[in-house]
Design a protein around this ligand. Structure first.
Ligand SMILES: [Zn+2]
Ligand SMILES: [Zn+2]
Length: 243
């Protein structure tokens, strides 16, 4: 049997399955879906198209933004899919706080499509939760996302290398000026002797002020990692938070 024939057969079986066993869209309830979110709702997600490559803020051009030129963040590159606003915001909150782990492969697949297949990244590092929070929540959404990306892109993931040593209050509940201060020294490496790759990607759900990612990236830079990328599902755009 040819591959084309098999692909066609798989496609037809999926279509038949979706007719017999429709999956309701998790946002609007429309039930003729092959995946968790219907095309109509996907169209409501605001894609980040032209952005500053270093911090992923929307721009009219793809050069570095003024902020990154004057005060460069620790990461070399930021990749984010959507602007952090409803309905993607609600979906991320469900993923993060309400055990909606079916969203890990959904987001992972979308993000993997945006990452070039030629990516030179050698290791994925999920932003860790403090052990107290991990105990309460039962899972780390960034690790779930990183596992899905790892499968899609065939890049290993290490969830134990970076640890959170300060149990910081939720970043989103703090005043902007307090966030940076709060993040300093929040992370450390668990194995200093381990040889690190030259090029890594740090995985988080949302890039907000960038202070979390920056603090994590700093830890790896200190250990001699040459290129650090930050991959997130969504990015807060400055107009969306008060500073
Ligand atoms: Zn829908
Ligand atoms: Zn920038």
């Amino acid at each position: 049997m040819s591959t084309t024939f098999i692909t066609k057969l798989v496609h037809q079986s999926k279509q038949l399955y979706s007719k017999l066993m429709p999956i309701p869209c998790r946002l609007c309830g429309d039930s003729s879906q092959l995946r968790s979110i219907c095309d109509g709702c996907m169209n409501d997600f605001i894609k980040l198209a032209t952005v500053c490559p270093r911090c992923a803020l929307p721009l009219q051009h793809t050069q570095h933004c003024g902020h990154c030129l004057n005060n460069p963040p620790e990461q070399d590159l930021s990749i984010s899919l959507y602007r952090y606003s409803d309905p993607i915001r609600q979906l991320i909150l469900d993923f993060k706080y309400h055990n909606q782990l079916y969203l890990a492969p959904f987001f992972g697949q979308l993000l993997a499509q945006k990452i070039a297949s030629t990516s030179q990244v050698e290791l994925l590092i999920p932003i860790p939760l403090h052990p107290n929070r991990l105990k309460d929540r039962g899972y780390n959404q960034s690790h779930e996302l990183a596992k899905s990306l790892s499968r899609q892109l065939n890049i290993p993931v290490n969830p134990h290398l970076l640890t959170r040593v300060i149990d910081t209050p939720s970043q989103s509940s703090m005043a902007f000026k307090d966030r940076k201060k709060n993040m300093r020294n929040a992370f450390k490496l668990s194995h200093h002797s381990l040889e690190l790759p030259k090029h890594i990607a740090i995985i988080d759900d949302v890039l907000t002020t960038g202070h979390t990612a920056n603090a994590a990236a700093k830890v790896f830079r200190k250990e001699g990692v040459a290129t650090i990328e930050i991959w997130t599902i969504a990015r807060t755009v400055k107009a969306d938070f008060n500073d």
